[in-house]
Design a protein around this ligand. Structure first.
Ligand code: AMP
Ligand code: ZN
Length: 467
């Protein structure tokens, strides 16, 4: 069966293929770099990674753009409070995000683009929207007039008629925004950093960055636009309003949205305080592979409840597969091939592929692999597994790992970058608390792995000794 995705726009499962050249033009909304991302954020980014990998397995090329939101209310508030420039403040969290992605084996998109690198493009787009009467200005800010775009609501399937008159919202913190006009350009408040532009001094709103960068790099109509489910409204609805007003073309053919990572029935989020960063979890001794596996194991359209027991089960599942692989690679089997087992392997491969083709049903895909491993292990115990069956079994594991990417242990690389960061932070805290024994212990532990710490005026830097 062909590859199918549930499209939020049509509310249907549709067969997918890219519109042109066998290349998938994909845009996914990236992080707001005001702090470390939490594993709820990484559930969505892990879904995007699985999507990338599975599209490639289907034979498609990728042109994937992800934005880094490096200007917004929270960033400005925190940077001003810490007397840092925006660039100085966001560099730390952009780098942390990239390191965390690498730790979780999330592939870097073809283009990872910062909003602040595209201010001129955004100003030009806002001018064009103004020229076509989609905006109005008020007190130095520019707003999008939703009543000028009749299609508003088509993604979230909300009927906004009668609900739109003239009101506006001056925040881009998305949990606070609502069904009303939104800011494209924001005049600076006292003491806030700003760009001096043809629109006057100010900074872009959040929504315009995605429209502008998506169209700039990928063209007027994307094959796929994806993000977390909380972005459907208003963010993606606003992106459609802006983009389609600019181009007159449908903005994206497929809209894919990942459900939340939950904690005890509530969305994991910064504002509720019920979150863990990747670093928090690594510090507790869990492996990046177990976290990746857990985040990947529930199909993206189902919410996933985070528990530490779930992480333990993820580890057990990975161990089972690693042990099976080791057994395949090291045990000796009688010559020849069992036709029955060959058919069983082919069936597992088909089950895995069809499950992922079915809107990335990862739970069923894993089911196909584990049922096979159970049967193959039994055949090995019974002496019916033959040497000639090993190659296909290893191929199945390779197919599995080209998407799930958990078989290679991270331990062979020593402590991950995020793990080192976490230990360095713990050492700094220990020193502050005058617990010098613990601080020295951490320094020695890292040194034993060839990681050198350097205390500088601006904090601790670290590097790996070249081998
Ligand atoms: P932000 O950095 O807040 O802009 O969020 C980055 C991404 O994480 C967005 O695509 C959000 O939809 C997604 N996200 C935020 N919280 C969660 C959660 N608890 N579970 C899954 N995705 C989330
Ligand atoms: Zn976006």
């Amino acid at each position: 069966m062909a590859l199918r995705f549930y499209n939020t726009l049509s509310q249907q499962v549709e067969t997918f293929s890219p519109a042109r050249d066998n290349i998938v033009r994909m845009y996914t909304c990236g992080p707001t770099v005001y702090d470390y991302a939490h594993i709820g954020n990484f559930r969505t980014f892990t879904f995007v990674d699985l999507l990338r990998r599975w599209l490639r397995t289907n034979g498609f090329g990728l042109d994937h753009v992800m934005n880094i939101t490096d200007v917004d209310d929270k960033i400005i508030r925190n940077a001003v409070a810490q007397r840092k420039s925006l660039a100085e403040y966001t560099a730390v969290y952009t780098e942390a995000f990239r390191k965390d992605c690498a730790t979780l084996r999330l592939e870097e998109p073809e283009r990872l683009v910062p909003a602040t690198g595209h201010i001129d493009d955004m100003v030009e787009a806002i001018e064009r929207l103004s020229a076509s009467h989609h905006t109005y200005s008020s007190e130095g800010s520019v707003y999008y007039r939703i009543s000028s775009f009749p299609g508003y609501g088509k993604l979230s399937h909300n009927d906004f008629s009668g609900n739109l008159a003239g009101a506006r919202v001056d925040v881009d913190e998305y949990e606070k925004a609502d069904a009303r006009d939104f800011a494209l350009w924001k005049a600076p408040k006292e003491g806030e950093p700003f760009w001096e532009t043809a629109l006057g001094p100010g900074r872009p709103g959040w929504h315009i960055e995605c429209s502008v960068m998506a169209i700039k790099y990928l063209g007027e109509t994307l094959d796929i636009h994806a993000g977390g489910i909380d972005l459907i409204f208003p963010h993606h609805e606003n992106e459609i309003a802006q983009s389609e007003a600019l181009t007159g073309q449908p903005f994206a053919r497929f809209w894919l949205h990942a459900e939340f990572l939950m904690v005890e029935g509530q969305k994991m989020s910064k504002s509720l305080g019920n979150y863990f960063t990747l670093r928090d979890i690594l510090e507790r001794g869990h492996s990046p592979e177990a976290i990746r596996y857990l985040l990947a194991s529930v199909p993206y359209r189902k919410s996933l409840n985070f528990t530490f027991d779930g992480l333990k089960s993820a580890k057990t599942a990975i161990d089972r597969l690693r042990n099976f692989k080791l057994r395949l690679e090291t045990d000796r089997y009688p010559e020849g091939q069992s036709e029955e087992l060959a058919a069983r392997t082919a069936q597992a491969c088909k089950g895995f592929t069809e499950s992922l083709n079915d809107d990335l049903n990862t739970a069923e895909a894993l089911g196909a692999v584990f049922e096979y491993v159970r049967d193959a292990n039994s055949a090995m115990d019974a002496g019916t597994f033959r040497a000639g069956n090993a190659a296909a079994a290893l191929e199945l594991l390779a197919l599995f790992d080209s998407v799930f990417a958990v078989l290679q242990p991270a331990a062979s690389q020593g402590t991950s970058d995020a793990g080192v960061d976490a230990l360095v932070a713990e050492r700094t805290a220990a020193k502050k608390a005058k617990n010098f024994a613990r601080a020295d212990e951490i320094r020695d532990q890292l040194l034993a792995q060839g990681i050198i710490l350097e205390d500088t005026k601006s904090g601790v830097r670290w590097k790996r000794k070249s081998p």
